[in-house]
Structures are given as C-alpha cells and as structure tokens.
Design a protein around this ligand. Structure first.
Ligand code: FUB
Ligand code: ZN
Length: 670
C-alpha cells in the first residue's frame, strides 16, 4: 500500500489520505484541518490552553496513577497477573493519546512528543503477534477472583471476542485506531497506524460472513467510525466493509441472538426510527452510519439517521444540547436501559433524576458535525454549537482539572465536579474534543467556503479539490460568545499562488438559529419574543451586504476575493426567554434565559445560597453585570427581581455543590 500526504501537505490539507482519494466517495464537505486551524485569542484560545496545560496533564497523570498506563506497559512486558482496573481502561489512554496528537500538531513540545513516542512503542509491544490488543486479557485478568466486581468482569468474556454485548474489546480498538489515525494525520508518522492496521486486519479475519468467521457486532459502538477513519487514512476498502458489516449485524435476529434496544440492537440499523438506549453508544453509532453513508453512497443509512436526528431534536434534546436523559430505568417495551434516551419529551432536569453524560454531548457534536458535512445545512451546526457552549463545556471546570460526568440542569445542592472517576471516559473525551474546535469553525467544498463557528484565530481552507490546489488563509477576530460581532479577513492565498491572487469563491456565513428566532431546529424550544434575521448586519470591506438567509441557514456572498478583504458580521445579542414545548412536563410553566448561544442559570453562590426553586416572572428585565471566577471576569445578568444569572457552563466553579436552576418557574410553586 502506498501512503502519501506528508508533513508539508499536512500544513494545508492536514489529512493524510491514500493515493487516489480524490476519486473516492466521501462527505461532499470537509472541515478545515486541525493542523492548520488555530485559536489565537479570545474564548477558545483560553479553553485550548487550559486543555493543553491542565486537562492534558491531569489526564496523563491520572492514567499513570490509576494505573491505566501500567496495564499497557505490563502487557508489553507480558507481566502476567498484573492487570488492575476495568478492561476498558485502555480506551482512556488511547483517548489521551489522540488528544496529545492534536495538541502536538498545534503546539510542538519535545517532551510531550517523546512521551507519546514512548507510549506508542509500549502499545505496539503490548499488541499480541496476531494483532490482538486488550491488556486485561494479555495479562490474564482473572475473571473469577473474588475482588473482581461483576461489572468489571463483564467487560470481557472468558475467551477472545466472547460476551460481546458487554465486552469492550472492539470499543478499545476503536479508540486505539482513532488515536493512531490522529497521530498519522498530525505527524505523517506511521508507527501507530501500523499497530492499528494489525488490529484491524485481525478483526477483518475474525468477523465477517465467511463460514468460519464470527457473525457478531460490538456491544459498545465506536469501532465503526474508527474503521471508516482507517479506511480514509489507508485506502484499504476492507476496513470500510468491516465497519458496514458491524452496523449491518445489528438487529439481525435471523443471524444472531440480539441484545435489545439498550445496545441499539433491537432492529436493523436502517429500520431504526428513534434514538433509543445508551446515548453514547447511540451517538457513536450514528456517526458510524453517517460515515458509511458518505463513503459508500448508501442512502438507506442516511435516511435512517435523518429520521433519528428529527426524533432527537424534536423531543430528546435538552436546552443545553445534552442527550441521554436517564441513568437507569426499566423501559416498558425494551426492559432495562442504562445512561439512555427515554423517548420524546422525557427531559427531567434534577441531578439524580437526569443524566446527560458529557460523552453523550461529545457524541452528539461529532454526529452533528458529520450531518453538516453530508448536507451543508446550518441547522446541524446550531445543535453542535448549543451543545458545545452549554452541555459539553459544563463538563469541565474552568481550571480544566475537574469534571462532571452527568450534567444536570437543576440541583438542590451536593453535586460537584470530580478529579477523576472509576469509569473515566468523560475527562479523556474532553481532552481529545477541544483541540478539534477550531477546525470545525470552517468547512469547504469545491468553490464554497463555510464560516460556521465564531472562533478567534486563523485557518487554511481548501476551496478546491486538494489535488487541484486552491487554498486560502483567513483570520477571524471576535469576542464571541460574549458579543455577536465577528470579522473574517482574507490573509493570503495558499502556497504557490501569485501575489495578485484573487479567486471566485462563495463564502457562506452561518446565521445562527438563535439570531433568527429558531433556537433549535424544531418546536421543542422557542424564544418568547423571537429574534429576526433582519436585525443581523453583514458587510464586506465596509459595504453592507443584504443578509438574506437561505434555506440552508447561510448568507452566501459570491465575489472574487482578494487578499485583505474583510467581512464583518454583527449578530444582535439581546437576552431571550425560552419556553419549551408544552409536552415537556419538567419545563411546563417555566422559562429559561439565553443570550446568544449561551444558556444562563442561577446558582446558590450569587443568590444567598438559594437557586433551586428560584422564580423569574415572565416580564423580568435584565441588567448586565459581571462575576469573577478566579482571576477571570465573565458576563452575568441581574434580573429585575434581584436574581443573578451566570452562563450555565460556569456553574459550580466557585462553590462546588451549591444549588442550581436553569428552568425558572414564572410564579412561586405551591
Ligand atoms: O462503556 C464505556 C463508557 O463508560 C460509556 O461510553 C459511558 O457511557 C460509560 O458507561
Ligand atoms: Zn463519559
């Protein structure tokens, strides 16, 4: 196999792809590369720096201490009997490795680079000669030892690939493959990719329709989207075929004993109509389906996820963008569910009653990013952005070293972020997601550039087929999410272009749903006094452009662009009250408060210890104020009844465990 796409090309394209990639099917739209897109100031620069300096260091330290990394180094040394923890702990290390690869691409660091090189070497040695990689089994994890908790034991069966409904063998490999592809894309190095290929080759030999192959699927989806990435990185079609095989095995009662709706295994995936079961599994599966649809052109996959997406935004999406309402419950038709969706309009808010795992928020964003790349509609970015600034960011403390697993919208007190968890999937997911944010700010297809997120920084965007060249470098300045003004300047053409460069490119400027009276792309939440796109202003080089929003949610500016051209977007950001659909019992008779993309909340700290049950009459007015958290100052609101509101994602940073409220009763509750 011939690999191409090396470091020089990465600087602009950022994604290594196999020879001939241009002719293959894929998403029609691609994001800017993570290697070229940087946050250079403002909100996201701070968050990326906190991620790099604090979250990444915390995750590495915790993976060493717990001892997740030692499981892999012990497996490398074949030190039998030394496994400690839960078999899926390897996946946490892989997620940190993926995050490290992104961070290194944006911020070279020799010491961190050596650490990653060393750990890749250990993982390579931990891999068994035929490609198998699951440190618990290699170390002879004793399933019958009395100190093994039942749930931990269940994460693997007595022999390879058994008890697959719970085993995380395929899930771990999925995260390993994602890390390996990130390493390859970030550096052009194939060391980790070789490990991923050996593991994937073993999976290809083991699973499939052949007479001696296992006709099963993964208990925890993730490997499907990872195999799609591996296909893109290597050009090996068999990896894509295996991703599709795993998806097509789901719900096939005629071929296997299925595991039910908690595992999205109750029906063939193309027949599923609603989001059901474990929310992280579901979200990763929808990503895998989107990838397979894009890479094969199979419309039945896209049609299925279109239906499921409508179901989620129509009734299963929290105002914060969170998904997966309940921790554990008995579904009347499908039985026991965990960390799961519970059907339309069941959206409890209280801590203890609601769930909203941070990983589910991440899966929701990854899915919406793919839906956007498939269709080019801004409504998917609206959902992504809502999740990003609210239900996802709440999962990480401002200091970057404490984490929420569930992200409730109300608390009577006592709910706090933690330094780490026994099952620590969320902190390590944060660390790999945040460095990808600048690359999601822009996307492109031939002749079109999408300006999706308002992130201060720079990026190189391809507006042509990569093979044909055609790149442009842009700089963005903005105070978003605190103000709705953003400027985009054309800095220079990509490498090789002449000084008098100009190019006819359509720039699509996203006008967020919250600025057009449509906070979500459904009737689940409405603004009590809707904003209007007619208040949005847009100019190019000081000349006003008609901000006519197309059906796709963008204003399209078509012109011949030149170096120095400046586009200025101004989105008015008044405070808005939000009402939920009457069918949501938990929010009935209540209103929430938003400004721009930010959901506000009250917490006890600013309100004499009381926030749960706080009342905010419908005719409340709001004054601007600020709150200080550590050495930082943030915008806040003071309502006419004296209630102080802060951005939801900031709650719990000053007084952990105080009261919280997002949906406010309009009148005191009896
Ligand atoms: O099973 C691995 C991870 O642990 C899941 O994605 C999370 O929901 C948590 O259960
Ligand atoms: Zn998690």
């Amino acid at each position: 196999m011939k690999l191409h796409g090396v470091a020089a090309a990465l600087a602009v394209a950022g994604s290594c792809a196999f020879a001939g990639a241009a002719e293959r099917l894929d998403y029609p739209i691609k994001n800017a590369s993570f290697a070229s897109a940087r946050a250079t100031g403002g909100f996201w620069f701070d968050r990326l720096e906190t991620n790099r300096v604090s979250t990444l260091a915390t995750d590495w330290a915790k993976c060493a201490e717990t001892p997740r990394i030692a499981n892999l180094t012990n497996a490398a040394a074949r030190a039998l009997g030394t496994f400690s923890g839960t078999p899926f702990d390897d996946s946490d290390v892989y997620k940190v490795m993926e995050g490290t690869a992104y961070v290194l691409a944006q911020h070279p660091d020799e010491e961190l680079g050596h650490k990653l090189d060393w750990l890749i070497g250990q993982v390579a040695k931990a891999q068994e000669p035929d490609g198998y990689l699951y440190s618990a089994r290699t170390l002879g994890f004793n399933l019958s030892a009395p100190d093994r908790k039942a749930w931990s034991v269940a994460m693997m069966g007595p022999v390879r690939w058994s008890n697959l409904s719970n085993s995380h063998e395929l899930y771990n490999l999925g995260h390993m493959i994602e890390a390996a592809v990130a390493r390859f894309e970030a550096s052009g190095k194939t060391d980790f990719l070789d490990v991923a290929r050996r593991a994937a080759d073993l999976m290809c030999r083991t699973f499939g329709n052949g007479p001696t192959q296992i006709k099963e699927t993964a208990g925890h989806q993730e490997v499907e989207l990872a195999l799609a990435k591996l296909y893109r990185a290597t050009g090996e079609r068999k990896y894509l075929d295996l991703a599709k095989f795993f998806l097509d095995m789901r719900g096939r009662k005629d071929l296997r004993t299925t595991w039910g709706a908690d595992r999205q295994d109750h029906e063939p995936v193309v027949e599923q109509k609603t989001a059901i079961g474990h929310a992280v599994r579901a979200g990763y599966m929808y990503c895998g389906m989107a990838d397979v649809a894009a890479l094969t052109g199979d419309r039945s996959y896209q049609e299925a996820i279109d239906r499921i997406w409508e179901d989620v935004v129509g009734g299963q999406l929290y105002l914060t963008g969170g998904i997966g309402a309940r921790q554990g419950f008995n579904h009347p038709k499908y039985g026991q569910m965990w960390e799961a969706f519970n059907g339309a309009y069941d959206l409890p808010n209280d801590s203890g009653e609601s769930y909203l795992e941070t990983c589910a928020a991440i899966a929701n964003m990854l899915w919406n990013d793919r839906m956007f790349r498939a269709k080019g509609d801004a409504k998917y970015i609206d959902v992504l952005e809502r999740t990003l600034y609210n239900g996802f960011l709440s999962g990480i403390s401002l200091s970057g070293d404490e984490f929420f697993y569930p992200n409730p919208l109300a608390s009577k007190g006592g709910y706090k972020r933690s330094k780490w968890f026994g099952c620590s999937c969320c902190p390590v997911n944060d660390v790999r997601f945040i460095p990808q944010v600048p690359s999601m700010a822009y996307a492109s297809k031939k002749g079109v550039v999408y300006w999706n997120l308002f992130v201060e920084g720079e990026a190189t965007i391809s507006y042509n087929d990569d093979a044909a060249g055609g790149f442009v470098r842009v700089r963005q300045k903005t105070d978003y999410p605190w103000s709705g003004r953003a400027e985009l300047v054309v800095l220079e053409p990509g490498p090789g272009a002449s000084q008098d460069w100009s190019a006819a490119v359509a720039l699509k400027v996203r006008i967020p749903g919250w600025a057009r009276g449509r906070p979500v792309p459904s009737d689940l939440y409405v603004q009590t006094s809707p904003s209007s796109a007619s208040d949005v202003s847009l100019s190019v080089n000081g000349e006003r452009v008609a901000a006519k929003v197309g059906d796709d949610g963008y204003v399209t500016i078509e012109r011949k662009w030149k170096v120095g051209d400046k586009v200025v977007l101004d989105l008015p950001m008044p405070v808005k009250r939000i009402r939920s659909n009457e069918k949501v019992a938990a929010d009935r008779g209540r209103l929430a408060v938003e400004r721009g993309p930010i959901v506000y909340c009250a917490e006890g700290f600013d309100n004499g210890g009381k926030a749960y049950g706080a009342v905010l009459p419908a005719d409340s007015t709001f004054e601007d104020t600020t709150v200080s958290i550590g050495d930082k100052t943030f915008p806040a609101l003071k309502a006419s009844n004296g209630l102080v509101l802060i951005p939801y994602f900031l709650w719990g940073n000053r007084e952990p465990g105080n009261e919280l409220q997002v949906w406010f009763a309009e009148k005191p509750q009896m």
